[in-house]
Design a protein around this ligand. Structure first.
Ligand code: NAI
Length: 293
């Protein structure tokens, strides 16, 4: 019989951690949410208030259910409080040093049979697992942003992840209404490996003046039914973020598909980061404005 997960520890209540805490609390799990200090903890709590408040406003959650959901979350700056957790998910900053230090710290806190998961999007889960004394119980759970809305979770197994840990975590992902997909430990996992190869190809096409930005985007929207063309999507992701993701994947996998198109780096250097800077492949009036030029 599989593990009976009841209490979930979530470390880091930023963009992803707050969303992950919401997902589990919404499905009846007790959540221990840990942040660095009072200020970041308050920010995490605000994020949750805001996100669940929006769900109430949209009629997707009743006010009573919102109150019950928030009741299930213990907000704390005391990492020792995750000792009760059956599963701890870390969603702290994307830094191997910070994450490894955290895994070491968790060793002295969690039960020996607890599962430790990382929400990393680009670091090696295997490498992170070496910081734990129980690497067989370390696994990746890659939620997508925003976690309460996106239905996919990539469950990442390393060469030493115990098979029952993989089965139990995939089952838990299903229990919170998400679709688990299982993959090995390679930067990008399934979705971003495919997506960013495609986005990079679109940039190369634009760079080679093969077609205009509008026509590249129109081809994928009207021909393939994508909600957004690749260049508009890159502007939304942020060209700096996209460059970093491609560069990491290329360095790890050496697949030419992911060698960042040169113009991407040039645009980043020139400060053309996409929507957030007002200019990328397109020009924007404000962060949410439609395409202007
Ligand atoms: P974020 O910067 O919004 O949140 C990180 C939080 O962790 C901050 O609130 C910070 O105060 C806290 N923190 C840092 N060190 C801590 C520690 N030792 N103990 C407790 N709290 C600590 O970052 P974000 O975007 O939520 O990313 C978190 C993780 O999720 C990263 O590994 C990232 O690669 C991954 N990810 C991010 C996605 C995104 O779209 N933002 C999508 C999927 C995964």
């Amino acid at each position: 019989m599989g593990r009976d997960f009841k209490t979930i520890g979530v470390i880091g209540l930023g963009t992803m951690g707050a969303g992950i805490a919401e997902v589990f609390a919404r499905h009846g799990y007790a959540v221990v949410g840990v942040e660095l200090n009072d200020e970041t903890l308050a920010r995490g709590r605000e994020h949750l208030d805001h996100s669940t408040g929006r769900a109430v406003a949209r009629g997707k959650l009743t006010a009573e259910d919102q109150a019950a959901l928030l009741e299930r979350i213990t907000f704390t700056t005391e990492i020792g409080e995750v000792k009760a957790a059956d599963l701890v998910i870390e969603a702290v900053v994307e830094s191997p040093e910070v994450k490894k230090a955290l895994f070491q710290q968790l060793d002295g806190i969690v039960r020996e049979d607890a599962v430790i998961a990382t929400n990393t999007s680009s670091l090696s889960v295997t490498e992170l697992s070496t910081a734990s004394s129980q690497p067989g119980r370390v696994i990746g759970v890659h939620f997508f942003n925003p976690a309460p809305v996106q239905n996919l979770v990539e469950v990442v197994r390393t060469v030493v992840t115990e098979p029952d840990v993989l089965d139990d975590v995939a089952g838990l992902v299903r229990a919170v209404g998400k679709n688990p997909v299982v993959c090995g430990d390679k930067a990008g996992f399934i979705a971003n490996t495919l997506l960013f190869g495609y986005l990079n190809h679109a940039v190369a096409m634009y760079e080679g003046r093969y077609a205009s930005r509008e026509d590249i985007d129109a081809a994928m929207r009207f021909g393939c039914g994508y909600p957004m063309g690749p260049l508009a999507l890159l502007d939304l992701i942020g060209l700096d973020t996209a460059y970093e993701i491609l560069d990491t994947m290329y360095k790890q996998g050496r697949d030419r598909l992911h060698a960042p198109a040169p113009i991407l780096k040039q645009m980043v250097t020139a400060g053309m980061l996409g929507r957030k800077s007002g200019r990328g492949f397109y020009t924007y009036e404000g962060p949410d404005s439609p395409v202007v030029v």
